[in-house]
Design a protein around this ligand. Structure first.
Ligand code: HEM
Length: 405
C-alpha cells in the first residue's frame, strides 16, 4: 500500500514514457504557456512551471515550508535527524547547514583540486585505450562517487557499494511497485548505515582530514552529533553528491553531440568556454523538481492553495522560460551575463555541493578536451536504449561515444 505521505510524481505529470521524461520540454512549454499553476486532486499537489513562481516557492519558506509531512522525496523518513538540512526551515536550518557548509566552500575545495585531478587523469587514461567508450560507465559514474567518498574519508575502493546503495535510496516510487521499492530502500538504508557506523566510530577515535572526522567534532547547540547523526549526514552527502553530478557529466556529452554538434571544436579552440558550456548544460538539460508544502493558505499565484498541500516546483520548466532567457529552447553557450538557472535550487536550501559539482565538471571536461581531438556519435545511436528511471529526472544509463586521440 502506498504511504499516504508519499506524493508520486509520475501521477502528477503527463510524462508517461521514458522518452517523454527524457524530453519533457514540449510538455513544460505547454504548461508554462497554458496552465502555469496546476492542481492534481489525486495527489493533492500543485505544480508551478514559470521561472518567477518556481523561484518564489524556493525563496519564501514562510509560505512554502520544508518541514514536510508529505513529500516527493523517496528517502526513508529515518533520515530526518538533528543534522539533516532537508526537512527544516530557517532559522533552525542555518545552524545545521553551517555544520556542512565549511567543507564545500570554493576555498576548501581548492585543497581538493590536486586529488580530483588525479582521479580524472586515471579515468581519462582508461578511456584512451578505446575508440568507442561508454562515457557514463567510464567517467560520469566513477568520478563523483570517488570524489565524494574521498572527501568524506570513506574508502573509494568501496565505490560500487556506495553507488548501489545511493541509487536505491534515490529510486523514484511508482504505484505498481510501491512495496518492493519501499523494501529495497529499507534494506539499502540498513546496509549503508551498518557499513558507515564503524567508519564513524574509528574517525571519532582517530580523526583524519575529512568531512566525517569534522562532523564527529562538530557541535550543534552545544552538543556533538551522535554516531547515528553523523552516519545519516554521511548518507545524505554521499547520495546528494552522486546521481546529480553523474547526470550533469553524462548530459555534457549528450548536449555536445546531439543538442549542438560542433561545439566540441569550439572548446578545443578556446578552453575558456568550458565553464560556459557546463552552465548551459545545467540550464538546458535538467528536468528536476523540488517540492515544498504550503505553510498557510495563500492565493499568491491566483488559485487558492491550502495549508498542507504539496507544491512541486518544476525547475527544468523554469530554466526554459522565455521571460527569463532569450531563445530559451536553444542550446547556446554564448549567453551574455551570469546565468541565473535554478538547477541548484535557490534561497536558503541552495545546493551546498554546487561549487563541487561545477569544479568536477569543469575539470573533467577541461582535461577531456585537452586529451581528445574529437568526439562523435556512433552510427545507429538510439537514446531509448540508454534511458533509466531516476528521481532527478530521466538520465542516461549508458552513452557510447567515439573518441579520437
Ligand atoms: C549537478 C549536480 C547537483 C545538482 C543539480 C544539485 C541540485 C540540488 C538542488 C536543486 C538542491 C536544493 C534542494 C531544495 O531546495 O530542496 C540541492 C541541495 C543540496 N545539495 Fe545538491 N546538487 C548537485 C550536486 C551536489 C553535490 C556534489 C553535493 C555534495 C555532496 C550536494 C549536496 C547538497 C546538499 C547537502 C543540499 C542541501 C542543502 C540545504 O538544504 O541547505 N549537491 N542540490
Amino acid at each position: 500500500m502506498k504511504d499516504s505521505n508519499q506524493v508520486i510524481l509520475q501521477e502528477i505529470s503527463n510524462l508517461r514514457t521514458k522518452e517523454e521524461q527524457w524530453e519533457p520540454y514540449p510538455w513544460f512549454r505547454e504548461m508554462r504557456e497554458n496552465r502555469p499553476v496546476e492542481y492534481d486532486a489525486g495527489q493533492d499537489a500543485w505544480s508551478v512551471f514559470s521561472y518567477d513562481a518556481v523561484k518564489k516557492v524556493l525563496f519564501d519558506h514562510e509560505l512554502f515550508t520544508n518541514k514536510k509531512t508529505r513529500s516527493l522525496i523517496p528517502i526513508p523518513r529515518t533520515i530526518d535527524t538533528r543534522s539533516n538540512v532537508n526537512m527544516v526551515d530557517p532559522p533552525e536550518h542555518r545552524k545545521r547547514r553551517a555544520l556542512l557548509a565549511q567543507a564545500f566552500t570554493p576555498r576548501s575545495l581548492k585543497d581538493w583540486e590536486p586529488r580530483i585531478q588525479e582521479i580524472i587523469d586515471e579515468l581519462i587514461a582508461e578511456i584512451e585505450g578505446d575508440d568507442i567508450v561508454d562515457i557514463v560507465d567510464k567517467l560520469a559514474i566513477p568520478l563523483p562517487v570517488t570524489v565524494i567518498a574521498d572527501l568524506l574519508g570513506v574508502p573509494s575502493r568501496d565505490r560500487h557499494l556506495i553507488k548501489a546503495w545511493s541509487d536505491i535510496l534515490f529510486l523514484p516510487y511508482n504505484m505498481d511497485a510501491y512495496e518492493d521499492i519501499e523494501q529495497q530502500k529499507g534494506k539499502a538504508m540498513q546496509e549503508f548505515g551498518a557499513y558507515l557506523y564503524p567508519i564513524v566510530m574509528e574517525k571519532r577515535a582517530n580523526p583524519g582530514d575529512d568531512i566525517i572526522s569534522d562532523l564527529t567534532k562538530a557541535e550543534l547547540e552545544g552538543e556533538t552529533l551522535t554516531d547515528q547523526e553523523v552516519v545519516m549526514s554521511a548518507i545524505g552527502l554521499l547520495g546528494a553528491g552522486n546521481e546529480t553530478t553523474t547526470t550533469l557529466l553524462s548530459n555534457l556529452f549528450y548536449c555536445m553531440l546531439i543538442d549542438q554538434p560542433g561545439v566540441y571544436q569550439e572548446l578545443r579552440a578556446d578552453e575558456s568556454l568550458v565553464p560556459k558550456l557546463v552552465e548551459e548544460v545545467l540550464r538546458f538539460r535538467f528536468g528536476a523538481t523540488i517540492d515544498r508544502q504550503v505553510a498557510q493558505d495563500t492565493d499568491i499565484f491566483g488559485p487558492p492553495m491550502k495549508k498542507g498541500q504539496v507544491v512541486v516546483a518544476w525547475i527544468g520548466a523554469a530554466n526554459r522560460d522565455e521571460s527569463q532567457f532569450d531563445h530559451a529552447e536553444r542550446f547556446d553557450i554564448h549567453r551574455p551575463g551570469k546565468l541565473q538557472h535554478l538547477t541548484f535550487g535557490a534561497g536558503p536550501h541552495f545546493c551546498l555541493g554546487a561549487p563541487l559539482a561545477r569544479l568536477e565538471a569543469n575539470m573533467a571536461l577541461g582535461a577531456f578536451v585537452k586529451r581528445f581531438s574529437d568526439i562523435k556519435l556512433p552510427g545507429g545511436f538510439n537514446v531509448s536504449e540508454h534511458l533509466t528511471v531516476s528521481i532527478t529526472g530521466q538520465s542516461l544509463k549508458s552513452f557510447p561515444i567515439e573518441v579520437k586521440r
